[in-house]
Design a protein around this ligand. Structure first.
Ligand code: AHR
Length: 502
């Protein structure tokens, strides 16, 4: 295959699965300025009567985020949820051990549920299986989901919330495989505790779904044995197993960096195999699905975070400023979920505001969009429907860690109801445009709506509060004739080619 030509076939019948929209979820942790200064800033000129920043709400709505994980993250492993409910003036200030800050608890469960409603998102709640366990989890669930007439449900009512929150999705702890976690456990210790906690929680509310903790990343020494051992305990009580993964480019090897989504593909496939091994071992009829509930690029802020003094309130932690190449990798990570839409049913970009986030704010000032905002928004908005398996012939390259990396990375979503076909593509070639021919003959009477492109000559270009250097345009060149789509994908670019039946 010529270096700068690629071919693809897209057919209506090559169905992977219906896309679960929850793969476009996100995450808000009580960490840095995510909550205080991001979501909640009562003194901000654009705050509403609840103290929520309206400018942030607007940007979150643009992303169409369907579900948001809360309240952590590492923070949840030493969190007492009772601190964050009831009259604000009675809420204690606590040492927050995961990030070594002071937590004021001025925002908690009820306020977060209120905020989520404003951004049209469901809540994915996590319980503390680090310092606490069964009792705390069942009480928390009773507080949130029980209709009334019991101690905790009546306490919620007393706090001004007559109706239950009906939170459906609950994480059984966070990254319990990680030695950094407060209350870190071995796989057997965690598996037993998660099983018994899950059992009690499903007795309180059988309608909930539970996520069992998987590995914190692919390089964990316990991966994938952690999944095999923990799922041996939790397989029947849990509905999902979690995956977490962050990438970075500290060595400044962009060709290798852009291929890191192949590691993600491999991660997903290995976890699926491990789940299916446990299914076979248990002779179970149930198929375990995946919740990729933390993913993103995270490395730019590592150094500056070392310099933050402990025990301050909402310091600027994990404030990665993303560049253009990060946006390309984020696009590829999102496409990996689409290609595994049959098993990845939830995913959360970590995180949403200020902390390794697509949305940034100034305290008291403006909110702005990072480079990664755009691929996330495009896939969330245009990636609803059925994920189709594209058949791709692309030239390939090798990098330090990967071999046979296709220059063209792709995923395709067909929305039958709207009669729309959306093709997502990254050209990983750093110096050459690639001409792509796509056979779309099964989409009779379809026409191109637009070809969106995110490109920049400088791979390290960033956005700031004053200037948005990296933003998409719709001047991509594609034409469609007799069922063949001919497009040119600029070197190092993110593309969305949108087709519709007219
Ligand atoms: O998202 C930041 C942190 O990354 C989370 O608190 C933790 O779960 C993960 O290690």
């Amino acid at each position: 295959m010529a270096e700068n030509k690629a071919k693809m076939i897209i057919d209506k019948e090559f169905r992977i699965s219906e896309v679960d929209e929850r793969i476009y979820g996100s995450f808000i942790e009580h960490l840095g300025r995510a909550v205080y200064g991001g979501v909640f800033e009562p003194d901000h000129p654009d705050a509403d009567e609840n103290g929520f920043r309206k400018d942030v709400i607007k940007l979150v709505q643009e992303l169409q985020v369907p579900i948001i994980r809360y309240p952590g993250g590492n923070m949840v492993s030493a969190y007492d949820w009772e601190d964050g409910v009831g009259p604000r003036d009675k809420r204690p200030k606590r040492l927050e051990l995961a990030w070594r800050t002071v937590e004021t608890n001025q925002m908690g469960t009820n306020e977060f549920v209120d905020w989520s409603k404003q951004v049209n998102a469901d809540v994915m709640m996590a319980v503390n299986l680090g310092t606490r366990g069964i009792d705390d989890a069942r009480n928390y669930l009773e507080y949130c989901n029980h209709s009334g007439g019991t101690y905790y449900s009546d306490l919620r009512k007393k706090h001004g919330y007559e109706n239950p929150h009906n939170i459906k999705t609950w994480c059984l702890g966070n990254e319990m495989d990680g030695p950094w976690q407060v209350g870190h456990k071995t796989a057997d210790e965690y598996g037993r505790l998660a099983l018994e906690t899950g059992k009690a929680m499903k007795l309180v509310d059988p309608s909930i779904e539970l996520v069992s903790c998987g590995s914190s990343h692919t390089k964990m020494p316990t991966f994938p044995e952690w999944e095999a051992t923990t799922l041996d305990h939790t397989y029947e009580v849990a509905d999902y197993v979690s995956l977490h993964q962050y990438y970075g480019n500290p060595e400044n090897d962009t060709a290798n960096y852009l291929a890191k989504s192949m590691d993600m593909d491999h991660f997903i496939k290995t976890v699926i195999s491990t789940c299916d091994y446990i299914k076979a071992k248990k002779r179970s009829k149930k198929t375990m699905n995946l919740s990729f509930d933390e993913w993103n690029v995270w490395y730019h802020s590592h150094q500056q975070d070392q310099e933050i003094d402990p025990w301050s309130v909402a310091p600027p932690q994990l404030e990665d400023v993303y560049n253009f190449e990060d946006a390309l990798l984020v696009g590829s990570m999102l496409m990996s979920f689409l290609r595994h839409a049959d098993r990845v049913k939830m995913a959360c970009m970590a995180q949403l505001v200020n902390v390794i986030a697509p949305i940034m704010t100034e305290n008291g000032g403006k909110a702005w969009k990072q480079t990664i905002f755009y691929p996330y928004m495009h896939v969330s908005v245009f990636g609803r429907g059925v994920s189709l398996q594209p058949v791709i012939s692309s030239p390939k390259y090798d990098s330090k860690e990967f071999t046979d990396i296709p220059y063209i990375d792709s995923a395709v979503v067909y929305n039958e109801e709207k009669e729309e076909l959306n093709v997502f593509l990254v050209n990983r070639h750093l110096t050459d445009n690639i001409d792509l021919s796509i056979d779309v003959r099964s989409f009779v009477e379809y026409q191109i709506v637009e070809h969106i492109v995110l490109e920049h000559d400088d791979m390290k270009a960033t956005n700031t509060v004053v200037e948005e250097k990296v933003k998409p345009h719709t001047k991509g060149s594609s034409i469609l004739k007799d069922g063949m789509l001919e497009g040119r994908l600029s070197k190092a670019s993110w593309n969305v080619i949108r087709l519709k039946k007219y």
